[in-house]
Write a protein that binds this ligand. Structure first.
Ligand code: ADP
Ligand code: ZN
Length: 758
């Protein structure tokens, strides 16, 4: 039985009492579900979602129970070896979600499981952190205490404290409070006055922080209307459509989320808040923890920097029902909350919600499907809706609500477009800072206001060319030029991490004619420092922020006004609030625009709008300078006038004309191999087969070298298929792939709804 037919077999969800067979999915990808026998002694402890250890071939393997059966037709059925962990770790709803993901994203359900359940939970090897708790063995009266005081005063002091405990206390904590030592405690235990017991202590990553309870803010009319939509949906979630909350930056979307969650909690339900990893800052966490600070542990946080132990504890806090609000990045969409009432996807347009390895899911879309399965409400919030979501709203599949005003009644910043074609004639430095932008910065420095300069490219020079022979220094593993990083005085590849020494002479022709060209954030930082020698300039990108604290520190200093100009990549484009920033410069708006990707225009529009949202959150009107060689491109012009509707309309027309998403779904197949000819041949063979299997119903593209032809030593070919019935297409693609005997050294990746077309 293959896993696709399983996906449609809903009957196996029913639980059968006294069953002694189970069907499992083994953790390692084998694309099949297998049946096992359950010894009677273990039967009670097993249900759907339980974890078991089973014999598999000549080894043993971990597996998840997906069905409990009365009988099984399997041949040579073997008994399971053991039950792993304390109970089921997967609800039937999450299992259903896993099956949907498997069918939709053309990916074995075992692979889906790996994303759905953190490794630390699947393996069940890490447990709670155990520590010693102290408690009195019996009530001690004053006489006894006095007697002890004469012989051992310190023991008596400690015993008096223990005597007063209402509940067992962490031994270490008691000793710290009383300033007494372990030896004294041990003596009391020996005398039978006190006892020590092991207990679980949660490893709370925010345990040492205090959160002050904050109340609801009084909503403005638009916010109130948006909240009303959410409340009405919570009233009848089974009929509710997903809500698209389109609110400009600073319009108070988060306040609507917070009050929506409050309402879900009051109905006895739980909530998930997804935010892009980059926005999961201490301030964000604080806002949520603060609003729900009435009960400890009610908010759990899931992100990629948790230790295994912390992840274990947060997961169990959620699973056991202690935590009822989960805030986290992409994979928090799988948080094992019971009675889910509300899922919020903040910044729904963010492409980081898409996972770029199998299962290649999009957390926003998974959230919508999970909401349907769990009969709960889903809210997609953003200042710049994705075309997909906007289209769904226009088509009536989503309910659109808009917040058009900033809470502080601030005007949208003034956007000025700087035509770099004219600036170019004024010399090289002008391409980094045009005269107009330079004057604007100068003006801010005088007024002691702050500036953000944005460029989405790291490094100093983006290529090193020989002006004699024309040779560029390219990465040996990838088809891109190496970037020169001045601080480490090396060339580096941003795709595979390869680094190389900087040659003095051209290695190809031996001439001393190497020239640096193109620039990144490092060069912007140095140019700006030269032009404004008295200003404090700092850079924030993946190179300068290698330490975790560096990020917080720079932001703190910037907020405190100790930095005049902050130069950075997308790290600074998103969700940060700085009231004293009145100027934002976009150094080169064309970088995103000229990517070989049908979403290039959309990304540019979003980027400009997002970055612009950083300017002028205080009293003064903000200004944004957009430097570009293509000042009349629609994305730039519509963004300039803050004209969302106009932009969406023209972009949707373009997508429809070209049969691109959101009008058609796309599936991108990437065939890769270290041998170029083998990759090419395999791609051509695959395309021929696909023509027979999917050709009639779907739009099948020719196999072509990927825009990024070589990546990490692998040659890559693309086949793009477009169509509407995506689950059917997924199945046809899988069947075609299963039947093709690819050489060992050729790999094929299937990406449904791809966001990365390079
Ligand atoms: P968004 O999420 O849309 O960018 P926020 O929710 O972060 O906007 O709101 C921006 C600021 O306005 C925050 O400091 C927030 O506390 C404040 N705010 C939001 N709603 C209100 C309100 N109704 N009254 C007063 N202040 C508000
Ligand atoms: Zn490389």
């Amino acid at each position: 039985m293959d896993y696709y037919s399983n996906a449609r077999q809903r009957t196996i969800f029913s639980t059968v009492p006294n069953a002694n067979f189970i069907r499992v999915i083994i953790d390692r990808a084998i694309h099949r579900e297998l049946d096992y026998l359950v010894p009677e002694t273990l039967a009670e402890r097993i249900g759907i979602g339980s974890r078991v250890r089973v014999p598999f071939r000549d080894k043993s393997a971990l597996a998840t129970v997906v069905a409990v059966l009365e009988h099984s037709d399997a041949q040579g059925i073997r008994p399971i070896e053991a039950v792993v962990g304390d109970g089921p770790i997967l609800s039937e709803q999450l299992l259903e979600l896993a099956r949907w993901m498997s069918a939709y994203y053309c990916c074995p359900v075992e692979t889906v499981m790996r994303s759905l359940l953190p490794q630390v939970i699947r393996r069940a090897e890490v447990g709670w952190k155990k520590q010693l708790f102290v408690q009195p063995t019996r009530k001690i009266d004053n006489d006894e205490l006095e007697k002890l005081r004469r012989r051992a005063p310190r023991q008596a002091e400690l015993l008096a404290a223990i005597n007063e405990l209402e509940a067992p206390m962490l031994a270490a904590e008691l000793l710290r409070k009383t300033s007494l030592d372990n030896q004294t405690l041990r003596a009391l235990v020996k005398r039978g006055f006190a006892e020590l017991r092991e207990g679980a202590v949660p490893r709370d990553p925010h345990g040492d922080e205090q959160f002050i309870l904050t109340g609801n803010l009084e909503l403005n009319a638009e916010q109130a209307l948006a909240l009303k939509e959410v409340m009405e949906a919570l009233e009848a979630p089974e009929n509710a459509r997903p809500i698209l909350l389109h609110g400009v930056t600073g319009s108070g979307k988060t306040e609507v989320y917070l009050q929506g969650i409050r309402s879900a909690l009051e109905r006895g339900r739980s909530a998930i808040v997804l935010v892009p990893e980059i926005s999961l800052t201490p301030q964000t966490v604080e806002r949520f923890k603060g609003r729900f600070a009435e009960a400890q542990d009610v908010v759990a946080v899931l992100h990629s920097h948790l230790s295994e132990g912390e992840r274990h504890d947060e997961w169990h806090k959620i699973h056991s029902g202690h935590a009822r609000i989960v805030i986290g990045a992409r994979s928090a969409v799988f948080a094992p909350l019971k009675n889910l009432g509300l899922i919020i996807v903040d910044e729904e347009h963010e492409t980081t919600y898409k996972q770029e390895e199998a299962p290649r899911y999009h957390a926003r879309d998974v959230a919508v499907v999970r909401a349907k399965i769990e009969k709960c409400v889903v809210v997609l919030g953003t200042a710049t809706p994705s075309l997909e979501s906007y289209h769904n709203a226009v088509a009536g599949k989503y309910k659109l609500t808009t917040l058009t005003q900033r809470v502080d009644e601030q005007q949208m910043p003034f956007m000025r477009i700087v035509d770099l074609r004219q600036e170019r004639r004024k010399g090289k430095a002008a391409a980094i800072l045009s005269e107009k932008l330079r004057a604007a910065i100068s003006n801010r420095l005088e007024k002691r206001e702050q500036t953000i300069l944005f460029l989405n490219r790291r490094g100093f020079s983006t290529s090193l060319l020989c002006s004699e022979c024309g040779e560029a220094r390219n990465c040996p593993n990838c088809s891109v030029a190496l970037t020169f990083h001045r601080h480490m005085a090396r060339l580096s590849c941003h795709l595979c991490g390869h680094t190389a020494a900087v040659p003095k002479k051209c290695p190809a022709c031996g001439k001393d004619a190497l020239i640096y060209s193109g620039f990144g954030t490092e060069k912007v930082e140095s140019t700006v420092s030269q032009i404004f020698p008295t200003a404090v300039v700092r850079r924030m990108d993946a190179d300068s922020m290698t330490r975790k604290e560096a990020y917080r520190e720079t932001l703190r200093n910037f907020r405190a006004g100790k930095i005049d100009i902050l130069v950075g990549t997308q790290m600074i484009a998103k969700g940060l609030h700085f009231p004293n920033v009145t100027l934002v410069g976009i150094i080169n708006a064309d970088l995103a625009l000229h990517m070989p990707d049908f979403r290039a225009g959309e990304r540019t529009f979003q980027l400009l709008t997002q970055v612009a949202g950083r300017a002028g959150r205080g009293e003064t009107l903000g200004e944004v300078f957009v430097q570009t060689y293509t000042p009349f491109s629609p994305s730039i012009q519509f963004a300039r006038h803050h004209d969302f509707a106009g932009y969406f309309q023209q972009e949707l027309e373009f997508r429809e004309r070209c049969d691109f998403p959101p009008f058609k779904h796309a599936v991108l197949l990437t065939v890769r191999s270290a041998h170029e000819a083998r990759a090419k041949f395999s791609a051509e063979t695959l395309a021929r087969r696909l023509k027979e299997t999917v050709g009639a119903e779907f739009i099948l593209g020719e196999p072509t070298p990927a825009p990024l032809e070589k990546l990490q030593g692998q040659f890559r070919f693309h086949i793009l298929i477009r169509g509407e019935a995506i689950v059917r297409l997924s199945r046809l693609v899988r069947e075609t792939l299963d039947k093709l005997p690819f050489p060992e050294d050729v790999a094929v990746a299937v990406d449904v709804d791809p966001y990365q077309l390079l």
